[in-house]
Design a protein around this ligand. Structure first.
Ligand code: ZN
Length: 139
């Protein structure tokens, strides 16, 4: 069995962002030489997500509004977690609902997506260096 590991690094200028990382994952699959297998893609931080959905700007604004409705950033004093001196209580909750990782099948050397599926990095507490793990396994 082949395996290939890669880290993708991000430092978003804003606190929150959605970034399409499909090209980087495709590149990791190419570099692995795997034709039949799986790729795991996971955020390595507890205030960021990796998820699959449509690359459509309106949907991303809908996510932002929906997540701010569920877990508004302000007032930061409303989160018990922030009593530690942090201000990212909301980001932990946003990460939980958007998920830690995704797994995609590799068939004939390509990501075996359904219609419109793309892989996104969801940042909820940015403005610092953070990373995503890509692990490819297969034959
Ligand atoms: Zn925290």
């Amino acid at each position: 069995m082949k395996s290939h590991r890669k880290e993708l690094w991000f430092e978003t200028p804003a606190r929150r962002a959605f970034i399409n990382i499909t090209p980087q994952v495709e590149e990791a699959v190419r570099a692995s030489g795997v034709r039949e297998g799986l790729v795991l893609v996971n955020a390595m931080h507890i205030t960021a997500s990796v998820f699959i959905n449509d690359d459509e700007a309106g949907l991303h604004r809908d996510y932002e509004r929906w997540l701010e409705g569920l877990a508004p950033h302000e007032p930061v004093s409303s989160y018990e977690h922030n009593r530690t001196g942090e201000d990212n209580g909301d980001a932990h909750l946003k990460r939980q609902i958007m998920g830690r990782e995704t797994v995609v099948a590799i068939t004939a050397g390509k990501l075996d997506f359904g219609p419109w599926e793309q892989i996104f990095y969801g940042e909820f507490d940015g403005r610092r260096r953070k990373r995503v793990l890509v692990k490819v396994i297969g034959e």
